[in-house]
Design a protein around this ligand. Structure first.
Ligand SMILES: Cc1ncc(COP(=O)(O)O)c(C=O)c1O
Length: 471
């Protein structure tokens, strides 16, 4: 075997990595950049002659680090982006080092068992039915895709149609029911699955963006045949939760009228409310539904990318995803081949981060982390609402705070965008915006295990300072 100088390359990556992680508490969270500046540093034509790997890695660390957004900072509140738990970081280093193709048990036994164990822990900590199946995917988008593929399989199989073999051409119509305030990855998953996004029937949401179960009931009463309903745990703007008992009751009645029905829950971040004793009530009845997607890279603070597709009907999940090929060595019971539960064939050992984070935090640590997330979101709302510049729009039930900036001159939308640009340029903290019902808002998403009270106080002070400056 040709030898490599691993020590040099490890030193050139790990020295800067350690420096970066140590700088997180004080480094600017974000720095607006000119893309040409970055291109000038790392671009140019493909070199004709090679370079020493350690030099390449050292230059990459030096040149790109100033343009890295500090997602793992305690003061990053943009979109819904989780931080980096140290156990996840360490496990990712091992995953990169071992370079396992974690698609088949036979190819990478150790990491297959780590994912098997992690899958059981995920079901346990989220209190979902213990015989549900779990696929480790790249994120919420692919988790929605995977669960909805299982849903498509199930509702069509119930009417005697094999969608995996025969596709959708000539298939019985599948009714898809979504809420008006769904996340954009739901229509995208429907597109990928050939179900179409504009053909999905929208059900009204209430003022906190929760599905209206009575409207859902009226909609379903007009439908016949295979039906997929998409509910949500944790709305992107409001952080709100649907009434799952009511949704399950409505779905049950639809099923009793002879319609094969599957209810999927997009719980990219909200599903983690189930892991906190004081917040679990928000998800009451969710366990009665059929599939759940969530992210580990959001509230669990596993590194990117890491999502989880969970189905109560494991046979439907497997039928939608599994693959056979004569040259593969496939498990025949007792162990799991990950490629039976994911859309990917070859893949990295993504589940190691989930394993290590759950092992390190344990049940009590996850409970504390999710409880703290909610407490800090409420602290944001309390502090900001004391200012005349701010109106808190949502009921802060979980980790999201929706802020309306109130401009003295009445141009509230323009003020929101000016405050956002100012705080992003300031670098103390990062917040992102949204347009809801034609108005501009700022969203605060508390999603980092590292965030503490002092981060919130410092971020609020910076926001109000920016608001004063641009009012
Ligand atoms: C409710 C919801 N669903 C799905 C997604 C997509 O998740 P991912 O970015 O991990 O694909 C998000 C992302 O923020 C989300 O908030």
């Amino acid at each position: 075997m040709r030898e490599s100088d691993w020590d040099d390359v490890i030193a050139s990556a790990m020295g800067p990595a350690a420096g970066y992680l140590a700088s997180l508490p004080e480094r600017p969270v974000y720095r607006p950049a000119d893309p040409d500046d970055i291109r000038a540093l790392i671009g140019g034509p493909l070199p004709e002659e090679g370079s020493d790997p350690a030099e390449v890695v050292g230059a990459l660390a030096r040149d790109l680090e100033p343009y890295v957004t500090a997602h793992a900072s305690g003061r990053y509140y943009g979109f819904v982006i989780g931080g980096l738990h140290p156990a996840a970081f360490g496990a990712e280093l091992l995953a990169a080092t071992w370079d396992q193709n974690a698609g088949l048990y036979a190819v990478a036994q150790g990491v297959a068992i780590a994912e098997e164990v992690a899958a059981g822990w995920v079901l346990d900590v989220l209190d979902l039915p213990a015989d549900s199946s779990v696929g480790f995917v790249t994120g919420g988008q692919m988790a929605n895709f995977t669960c909805l593929a299982a849903a498509r399989h199930h509702v069509l199989r119930e009417v005697g149609w094999d969608v995996e073999a025969d596709g959708l051409q000539g298939a019985p119509k599948v009714n898809v029911v979504v809420k008006t305030e769904k996340h954009s990855t739901i229509p995208r998953a429907l597109r990928h699955l050939g179900l179409g996004d504009s053909t999905a029937i929208e059900v009204a949401s209430d003022p906190q963006s929760r599905i209206d179960p009575e409207a859902m009931d009226r909609t379903l009463r007009d439908l016949e045949g295979p039906t997929i309903v998409c509910a949500e745990a944790g709305n992107i703007n409001f952080g709100s939760f649907d009434d799952y008992q009511a949704v399950a009751d409505v779905a049950e009645r639809h099923r009793e009228r002879g319609n094969p029905t599957w209810v999927h829950v997009d719980g990219a971040f909200g599903l983690w409310a189930r892991a906190a004793t004081s917040l679990k009530h928000l998800t009451s009845g969710l366990e009665r539904l059929d599939s759940w997607s969530t992210d580990a890279h959001k509230l669990l603070n596993v590194g990117y990318d890491s999502g989880l597709a969970i189905c109560k009907d494991s046979a439907a999940h497997r039928a939608a995803m599994s693959i056979q090929a004569a040259y593969l060595v496939q498990a025949d019971g007792g162990v799991r081949d990950q490629m039976d539960w994911n859309p990917e064939f070859s893949r990295r050992a993504r589940g190691l981060g989930v394993y290590a984070t759950l092992r390190s935090l344990a049940r009590s640590g996850v409970n504390d982390m999710i409880t703290r997330t909610n407490r800090l979101a409420r602290l944001f709302a309390e502090r900001l609402s004391a200012s005349d510049f701010v109106e808190i729009v949502n009921d802060v039930v979980f980790n999201q705070v929706l802020v309306r900036w109130i401009a003295p001159d009445g141009d509230h939308d323009g003020f929101a965008d000016r405050v956002l640009a100012a705080i992003q340029a300031d670098g103390t903290a990062y917040f992102s915006g949204t347009t809801w019902q034609d108005r501009r808002y700022m969203r605060i998403s508390v999603a980092d295990w590292a965030t503490d009270e002092s981060d919130v106080e410092r971020s609020v002070a910076a926001l109000l300072r920016c608001a004063e400056a641009v009012e």
